[in-house]
Design a protein around this ligand. Structure first.
Ligand code: NAD
Ligand code: UDP
Length: 323
């Protein structure tokens, strides 16, 4: 239900034209808020927000968060950063700058406006974890000089900045550690595993499992995740996080490949490719904190979410529409 006019907020979402940012924009607009979407369209796309252009409460601003931004808003969700390993490794220096300079610029903005700021952190702060499942108290096992470090260490440094602004400037911060998320609107060439496998299966191409596929991930549907974002943003001032947000149902990558083949009815074969450097062997969120503090847990199961994502890609891919 739409909120009353006097409770309407003007909300900045950096990375708002990305996969998660566009779903968050939808949800906040449905709640009656104004959304300013700031994005440099590095991995995001205007297509993700096309349906919002006629909405008078929505505004798109092309801007790179590594440069300062001067606008007036009531809340900030800082999501700007490529999330797929293929994309964040494409220009690793820019990835670190986006996390670190982007955090400094957005924290500076929040300090000037004295407003709440949310950080989209990541399970990658745990690196290749030696504690399983991962609770927030675990400090992680991250290689500082590997090919994933631009993302992992950039996000870790952003968390440091958020907590220093909290301690030093009393800023209201909300830090979420997001685990693997999927849903319609992932880019078909995004390179992340769920979109890769579905697109390969629908095209009848080989499904590329890295290593033996024994590594695990836990996949959360974006609608569930966005609900967690908003609940965290609405918590009392003393709740800072970090809070894990993700679906604890854990699968091997091989199981995911088999599930996608089954649900698409594809004849694709599975091929095994070299395991990328520093690929985490296991990942599962401990969501006890999210349950107790936010009253949140994911509702959408893998099969249901994968079916919806398959339907999206069937509609999207032109060669499948004409075939
Ligand atoms: P995405 O790549 O679809 O979206 C990121 C958005 O940020 C894109 O629209 C991109 O163009 C924009 N962007 C990148 N650099 C920018 C810059 N310098 N200035 C302005 N905009 C910039 O990825 P996503 O999955 O939507 O991820 C959103 C956030 O959530 C990211 O911060 C990511 O690290 C975090 N996260 C996502 C996942 C996941 O599984 N989706 C998991 C953990 C963390
Ligand atoms: N992966 C895979 N085949 C692919 C893409 C990814 O086997 O075509 C594996 C990858 O090695 C990793 C897991 O799937 O173990 C998740 O990869 P993704 O890039 O989606 O996210 P990550 O969790 O590694 O950041």
């Amino acid at each position: 239900m739409a909120r009353l006019y006097d409770s309407r907020k003007r909300i900045l979402i950096t990375g708002g034209a990305g996969f998660l940012g566009s779903h968050l924009s939808d949800r906040l607009l449905e709640q009656g808020h104004e959304v300013i979407c700031v994005d440099n369209l590095f991995t995001g796309s205007k297509r993700n927000i096309d349906h919002l252009h006629n909405n008078p409460l929505f505004e798109f601003m092309r801007h790179d968060v590594t440069f300062p931004l001067y606008i007036e808003v009531d809340e900030i969700y800082n999501l700007a950063c490529p999330a797929s390993p293929v994309h964040y490794q494409h220009d690793p220096v820019q990835t670190t700058k986006t996390s670190v300079h982007g955090a400094i610029n957005m924290l500076g903005l929040a300090k000037r406006l004295n407003c709440k700021i949310f950080q989209a952190s990541t399970s990658e702060v745990y690196g290749d974890p030696s504690v399983h499942p991962q609770p927030e108290a675990y400090w992680g096992n991250v290689n500082p000089i590997g090919i994933r470090s631009c993302y992992d260490e950039g996000k870790r440094c952003a968390e440091t900045l958020f907590f220093d602004y909290y301690r030093q400037h009393n800023l209201q911060i909300k830090v979420a550690r997001i685990f693997n998320t999927y849903c319609p609107r992932m880019h078909h060439a995004d390179g992340r595993v769920v979109s890769n496998f579905i697109v390969q299966a629908l095209r009848g191409e080989p499904i590329t499992v890295f290593g033996e596929g024994a590594q695990t991930r836990s996949f959360c549907y974006a609608d569930d995740l966005v609900e967690g974002f908003i609940r965290l943003m609405e918590t009392a001032d003393d709740v800072t996080g970090p809070v894990n947000l993700g679906n604890p149902a854990e699968f091997t990558i091989l199981e995911l490949a088999q599930k996608v083949i089954e649900l698409t009815g594809s004849r694709s074969e599975i091929v095994y490719e070299e395991m990328p450097q520093d690929d985490p062997k296991q990942r599962q969120p401990d969501i006890s904190l999210a349950k107790s503090v936010l009253g949140w847990s994911p509702k959408i199961e893998l099969e249901q979410g994968i079916n919806r994502t398959i339907a999206y890609f069937r509609e999207l891919l032109p060669e499948l529409k004409s075939g």
